[in-house]
Design a protein around this ligand. Structure first.
Ligand code: ATP
Length: 578
């Protein structure tokens, strides 16, 4: 909230003024009664001697000032609270985006989304409702007690006597409430994860007719949330009940003592009225504080988790300052060397995925990575994109350690055409421009033409402005791929990674896609993760990977000539024995 402190203090001042005039109310109300008893007049500090009507008018004025103060403070606090929240949302989202892939490998996406939304909603309640209320209660409590003290010290002592008990209770219950709140939010995140995952994969859910299964899974998670929430509610109820009993007990004692004083003639009727009103003010403030306190505990539970995200370390996007070669070339040539690279995923440190991988791609070469499923092909491309760094050995790009380039600069020199192309909701134009945000229409169209996408795009009535559905469901697989190729062409990378689609397209659309790919690969170092060996006959090198090792390298002809090589075995599985 620091950036908005000016507005915050303005709100605080308005609140202080409003609440102070609220405190004048019992004073004037008491005076009204004293005036009635004393023949229509009474004298007040600062205001002198006033009639009943004058007192009533003064009272009305103070109410007006109080209302104006409340209006201004409510507005200021909302402004501060909402602005701070908007910042917090952006900060959390920005932080999430900047986190390394390791983080995403260990968390579920739904859980993250839940953190951002529900925890921040909880914080919102605290900032906008609880905080101003707490400030107001402090004024009422402090001011009320001070004014009571000027009337009767013994009575004030009675009021204050109950405080230590209340504070001890607040601390004791607070701990439990905070823990339950955190647990409730965790459970809530679990059930939201289910919703998000199933909706994302709704086609699978329906095709397996698993609606009932998913509903049960959700209900289980939902009931777990309910159980924790009810347990928290029980503690809250005990706390509030305890608080109210203690509070009214205190008020009762004050009233009893006040009545005795009035009977003995030590207090006037007006004084007692004032006293009773102040006592209810103070009591009300205390009761509210109890409620606010449990609210604050809940919020602390929620902020803990948001802060966890904000504290995670993000990807380092700067090049090491002491690197002697740190001057950036305009563009990479595209030479890639895996130099005895070994790697295991941080999530599974005991399961090495790559062992001593040696692989060299000269600028402009096409390298195919083939091998059985789970061999480590995608992992190699993940290292190339620097989603992860090797545990041993080094990845060299243009002869320099990949880590010596600024991360975003390096990734901007590469493009990935994935197996399953995900289009963002928006127009086709926007989807192609994702390769280079801000690209002009001409550049976009040129890229689409090269990617063999222009014709089918123009066959839609709205052309490039055609909206693609939630995940691009209106386009066929081959069309989506051509959009992805256009995107990559627009980016104009030095290094290209193609994760070849496993499912084959019909031969016409396969020809269009292959043709577009050939154009895309021209003059760029390309790694093709190949599943169908037919498509890689004319690449420069084929690296056969098995169990995280490069077991064979060579051209298609060389590898096919090896009598008992893995490549030959794999191709005879696909094409039949040669
Ligand atoms: P496919 O041809 O089936 O796509 P692949 O050769 O691309 O397989 P990789 O995806 O690189 O294989 O996986 C290699 C190994 O690493 C597998 O055993 C896999 O279980 C493991 N693995 C992949 N991704 C992760 C991850 N994020 N965390 C932990 N282990 C992983």
């Amino acid at each position: 909230m620091r950036p908005y402190r000016g507005r915050f203090f303005a709100g605080l001042a308005a609140l202080f003024i409003g609440a102070s005039f609220g405190l004048v109310f019992p004073l004037l109300a008491g005076a009204l009664i004293d005036a009635a008893i004393n023949g229509g007049r009474t004298s007040l500090p600062l205001l002198g001697s006033l009639t009943i009507n004058q007192i009533a008018i003064t009272l009305a004025v103070t109410i007006g000032i109080q209302a104006a103060g409340s209006f201004n403070s409510a507005l200021s606090f909302s402004h501060v609270g909402q602005s701070a929240l908007a910042d917090l949302r952006s900060a959390t989202y920005g932080r999430l985006l900047a986190l390394p892939m390791t983080f995403f490998g260990q968390r579920r996406v739904g859980e993250l989304a839940s953190r951002v939304s529900t925890d921040i909603a909880q914080i919102e309640g605290a900032l906008i409702d609880s905080l101003p209320q707490a400030c107001r209660q402090v004024v009422f409590l402090g001011g009320g007690l001070a004014l009571i003290a000027t009337t009767s010290l013994p009575l004030t002592a009675v009021m204050l006597g109950t405080l230590p008990l209340l504070i001890a209770a607040a601390v004791f219950f607070g701990r439990r409430l905070r823990r339950f709140s955190r647990e409730t939010q965790d459970r809530l995140a679990d059930s939201q994860t289910i919703v998000e995952e199933t909706l994302q994969a709704i086609a699978s859910v329906k095709s397996f007719a698993n609606e009932r299964f998913e509903l049960e899974r959700y209900s289980t998670a939902n009931h777990a949330t309910l159980a924790v929430a009810l347990q928290a509610a029980r503690w809250r109820a005990v706390f509030v009940a305890f608080f109210i009993a203690a509070l009214f007990g205190g008020i009762l004692i004050v009233l009893w003592y006040g009545a005795l004083q009035l009977q003995a003639g030590a207090l006037t009727g007006g004084e007692l009225t004032r006293f009773v009103l102040y006592t209810t003010f103070v009591g009300g403030a205390m009761a509210q504080s109890a409620e606010l306190f449990s609210q604050v505990q809940k919020t602390v539970g929620a902020t803990q988790r948001v802060r966890e995200i904000l504290r995670e370390s993000v990807e380092d996007n700067s090049a090491p300052a002491n690197d002697p070669n740190a001057t950036q070339p305009e563009r990479l040539r595209g030479e890639v060397t895996f130099d005895r690279v070994s790697f295991c995923y941080p999530a599974r440190p005991d399961a090495p995925v790559l062992h001593d991988v040696e692989l060299v791609a000269r600028p402009g070469e096409r390298i195919a990575l083939v091998g059985p499923s789970g061999a480590g092909k995608s992992t190699l491309t993940a290292l190339l994109l620097r989603f992860y760094d090797p545990d041993a050995g080094a990845l060299l790009i243009d002869g320099r350690d990949a880590r010596s380039y600024p991360l975003h600069w390096l990734r901007n020199q590469m493009a990935l055409v994935p197996q399953d192309v995900l289009l963002f909701g928006g127009s086709i134009r926007e989807n192609i421009a994702y390769g280079r945000p801000g690209a002009g229409d001409q550049a976009i169209e040129a890229a689409a033409r090269q990617a063999n996408a222009h014709d089918f795009i123009m066959s839609f009535p709205e052309g490039y402005a055609t909206l693609v559905g939630d995940r691009g469901i209106k386009l066929s697989g081959g069309q989506r791929q051509r959009i992805a190729i256009a995107r990559a062409l627009l980016k104009n990378p030095a290094i290209l990674i193609l994760d070849e689609a496993t499912s084959s397209l019909d031969s016409e659309s396969e020809r269009l896609v292959q043709d577009a790919l050939d154009r895309l690969m021209e003059g760029r170092t390309t790694f093709v993760v190949a599943h169908r060996l037919a498509t890689i006959r004319d690449v420069d090198h084929i690296a056969v990977i098995d169990g995280g090792r490069v077991v064979e390298t060579g051209t298609h002809d060389e590898l096919s000539a090896r009598p008992d090589g893995l490549y030959r075995r794999l191709s005879s599985l696909q094409f039949g024995p040669s």
